[in-house]
Ligand binder design. Structure first.
Ligand SMILES: NC(=O)c1ccc[n+]([C@@H]2O[C@H](COP(=O)([O-])OP(=O)(O)OC[C@H]3O[C@@H](n4cnc5c(N)ncnc54)[C@H](O)[C@@H]3O)[C@@H](O)[C@H]2O)c1
Length: 346
């Protein structure tokens, strides 16, 4: 029997992964989330039934979804005192987790990354416990989500932004400076992933998603927030900074697709970009959504808001060459889906 572990499985990426696993496999899925940001499964599963069982909820008619609400570090600590605590406490008959997706992290948008960097720095503590646990538990395969924030910010300036390639981070050379404590934790995580593979034989792959978005993303992120304001026909339309700063937007369904391809093909801890390869400014994004809404507002720049690096986008050629993969969902189609979801809330 396969049981997959999804930490942070009630967050944006996690719940999309859980839904995909439940839909495309017959496997069991064990989710750990403290709900500090994430939403309880009753809010995002179409058919929700649950029963409580010794500190966990068993969810769904076929009882394949186990939900443990709490800090992932406490979950990992419990393994230290008894490596078989899951099997014994919850009557689960399995040897080890199959796929482990580690999405539990303090992420937030730009406000949190710039405004509370030492809270975000707690990711170091979550990740270091996680990597240590991997070396003892030895799951079959592991996904570590790094981030495009691990890339040197010097390559993302207004004057000199380039399409970021995987090789722009090289642990054998100078690494450059990543984006705040968030980027540092992700860079450290990538390094630990390589050690987990080389020293402990763990099958692990890292991803560097760029700006992932989707219909059910939190409103603290720009895409759903801009979509909602466009649906409400905001005018003048506020934008953080000049709006000329740009990002590489990629739909969550594409992110999940590539994760499975990478898990099947990479196990040495190396990292791959997940993006579209295209740079879209926030002004362009506003145009896309306001054109869906059928109006042309005046733009009001908010120059006191944090904006992060000027331009962050990727080169997807390595992923295309190695795995023949490019995102399927165009910016227009993906943003249309977000807009339709926002309209229902407006
Ligand atoms: N969304 C993106 O575009 C993107 C881009 C790059 C990297 N990532 C990475 O993917 C992962 C998931 O991101 P997301 O966008 O889903 O974030 P999210 O904030 O929506 O999800 C994180 C989840 O972890 C939970 N959590 C936080 N601390 C926890 C703890 N100590 N114990 C248990 N649960 C805890 C939160 O409640 C939340 O549900 C993160 O590691 C993030 O850095 C995401």
């Amino acid at each position: 029997m396969n049981i997959h572990l999804v930490s942070g499985g009630c967050g944006f990426v996690g719940r999309n992964m859980v839904k995909r696993l439940l839909k495309t496999t017959n496997d069991k899925v064990f989710v750990v989330d403290d709900l500090s940001i994430g939403r309880h499964p009753s809010e995002w599963l179409d058919e929700f039934t649950s029963k409580n069982f010794k500190d966990i909820e068993i969810i769904g008619k076929d009882e394949r979804f186990y939900f443990w609400k709490g800090d992932f570090r406490d979950f990992l600590f419990a393994f230290r005192s008894n490596p078989r605590f899951i099997q014994e406490k919850y009557d689960l008959n399995f040897d080890r987790f199959s796929d482990v997706f580690h999405f539990a992290a303090i992420v937030g948008g730009r406000l949190k990354i710039d405004g509370d960097p030492l809270m975000v720095g707690l990711d170091l503590s979550i990740d270091s416990e996680f990597f240590y646990w991997l070396t003892r538990h030895k799951p079959k395969r592991v996904l570590y989500p790094s981030s495009s924030a691990a890339y040197p910010t010097s390559l993302q300036t207004e004057a000199g932004a380039i399409q970021l390639r995987e090789g722009d981070i090289d642990f054998k050379k100078n690494l450059g400076t990543p984006d705040m404590t968030y980027g540092w934790t992700k860079l450290t995580g990538e390094f630990l992933a390589q050690i987990a593979a080389s020293h402990y034989g763990i099958h692990i792959v890292c991803i560097r998603p760029f700006s992932g978005y989707g219909e059910d993303q939190e409103l603290s992120y720009p895409v759903p927030a801009i979509a909602l304001r466009a649906a409400k026909k905001e005018n003048p339309f506020e934008v953080w900074g000049s709006g000329k700063q740009g990002r590489d937007f990629v739909h969550i369904d594409d992110i999940i697709d590539l994760i499975f391809i990478l898990l099947d093909n990479v196990g040495d801890g190396s990292a791959y970009n997940i993006g579209s390869g295209k740079l879209t400014s926030f002004l362009d994004l506003i145009k896309v959504f306001t054109s869906f809404a059928g109006y042309n507002p005046t733009i009001k720049p908010l120059l006191d808001k944090p904006v992060g690096v000027h331009s962050r986008y990727c080169d997807m050629s390595l992923v295309k060459e190695k795995f023949g993969w490019m995102p399927k969902i165009s910016l227009e189609e993906g943003m249309r889906r977000v807009y339709e979801a926002a309209k229902k809330k407006s």
